[in-house]
Structure formats: C-alpha cells, structure tokens
Design a binder for this molecule. Structure first.
Ligand code: PGA
Length: 256
C-alpha cells in the first residue's frame, strides 16, 4: 500500500484526480469503478475542472440502495449524475450503476458482474471507507471473496447515512454492492478517507490484521493500492512518519 498523507481533503483529492487523469491520458478507454458518499465529492469536482475526455471511458459504480428509483434524490444514480456525469462528456450507455429496482436481484447481480468482465475488468477502483471499515457496502463479516450481491446495512451505516435523508426511517435496509472479491480484481485501487471519524477504520485497515471485521484490511493483499488521506484520517496511524518519508523520497520517475 502507498499511504499518501496530505494536509487537507482538497490536497489529497487533487492527488487522486491527477492519478485518474494520468490513467485516462494513457488509456482513453479505461474502465473506472466509482464511489458515492461525501468522500469523493472533491475528487469529482477536480476531475470536472480538469476537462478530461471521457468519451471512451466506461464506469461501474460500487453500489445502490434497494428500492430507490434512479430519480430518487438519495439514490446513487441521482448522486452520480448530479456530482459527476452531467458535467462530463461520458456517453450514458457507458455508465453502469446497480439497479436498486431490479425485480430479480440475484440475476441482476450476475448480469452486473458479466458486464464488468465484458468491459475487460476495472482498471482503477475509487473507494471510500465506512467508519466500520466497509468498502462498497461490504459490511464487517462480509466474505472477503464475495461478489456483487444484496447486503443488509448495519445499524451504524444506516445512522451514518441518515444525514442524507429526511429521517433515519427513510434509509433503506438493503443495498446491492459489488463484492470484496469483485473490488479486489480491479487492477488499481484508490482509497480516499478524510476526517477524524475515519481514523480508526483507516488505522485498522492499513496496520491491523487482515480480517472480515474490517473489510478494507483485505486491500493489504492487493498489489496496487494508493490510500489518499488528510491529516485527521491519518491521525491514528502508528507509522505515519514512515509513510510521509516514503512519499517524500519517491524516485522522480514514480512521481505524478
Ligand atoms: P462517506 O461514506 O464518503 O459519506 O463518508 C464512505 C462509505 O461509507 O464508504
């Protein structure tokens, strides 16, 4: 893992945006895995500002609430169109987001996996992290080999996400999420986390044992992971000074 600690979420998001911009320059038909939530907002703003060419890019989002139609203001379809897709030149048929209204959820999940495979797999997956260590909506105890499927949110995650809804009662209990096995097949992973409330989950994911109790910890087994943090999210890392040292002494050819 490469741990990149920056003074602010803005600075960390700019680094993440530069990594994606470089990928799109090198591979204009790249396949991106995208995330929702508060964390990637600055990244998406920066990507929009960069005016990249998305005409050949394909995207797959991590997850969606079951039972929310695409035009529901809290659906991840709505989120992605509001915060990214309507501002870039990506053709709509190259956008993929799990269908929270699917009648046959297992069949839809299989279809989603097939679509990822047919696109050639995901080149770069953007991830946030839950306060409980979830990635996508793979809550603690998720199989580390899991594929796209329905999951039940924990009470903690429903409460964390209630801020986007009018009340806790409105937060769905179920989601469709890419599995941990699905995420681990991405060729590169970019995990972002900001704020003190993420510090513990990040410290466990980066420096703790690999365990389904912190699903993000499985990323220790992935060969190409960059973790972009602000100081607050990095505040419980025991080896933070070492990660800064490594970043400051990267060979010139590795710098972005
Ligand atoms: P957040 O959520 O970006 O809104 O903090 C992250 C997540 O739950 O994965």
């Amino acid at each position: 893992m490469e741990i990149i600690i920056q003074p602010t979420p803005e600075a960390a998001s700019q680094i993440a945006a530069r990594i994606i911009a470089r990928l799109l320059r090198e591979k204009p038909n790249a396949v991106l895995g995208l995330a929702t939530g508060s964390t990637p907002l600055l990244l998406y703003q920066e990507l929009i500002r960069m005016k990249l060419d998305w005409s050949r890019v394909t995207t797959f989002n991590l997850d969606e609430y079951v039972g929310l139609p695409p035009d529901h203001p809290q659906s991840y379809h709505h989120f992605m169109h509001t915060h990214l897709f309507r501002h870039i030149n990506i053709p709509p048929n190259q956008i993929h987001i799990p269908d929270g209204m699917a009648k046959d959820i297992p069949a839809f999940c299989k279809h989603y996996e097939d679509q990822i495979a047919a696109a050639g797999g995901i080149d770069l997956q953007v991830l946030g992290i839950g306060t409980d260590g979830h990635i996508g909506f793979n809550e603690p105890s998720s199989s580390l080999a899991s594929r796209t499927r329905i999951k039940t949110l924990t009470d903690q995650t429903r409460r964390d996400n209630a801020r986007f809804f009018r009340s806790l009662d409105e937060v769905p209990y179920h989601v469709i999420t890419m599995g941990i096995g699905t995420i681990m097949e991405a060729r590169q992973i970019l995990l972002l986390a900001f704020g003190k409330h993420k510090a513990r989950a990040i410290a466990e994911a980066v420096e703790g044992p690999i365990t389904a109790m912190n699903p993000a910890s499985v990323l220790q087994l992935h060969p190409v992971v960059k973790v972009c943090l602000d100081e607050a999210a990095a505040s419980e890392l025991k080896r933070a000074d070492y990660y800064r040292w490594v970043y400051d002494h990267k060979p010139a050819w590795q710098r972005g």
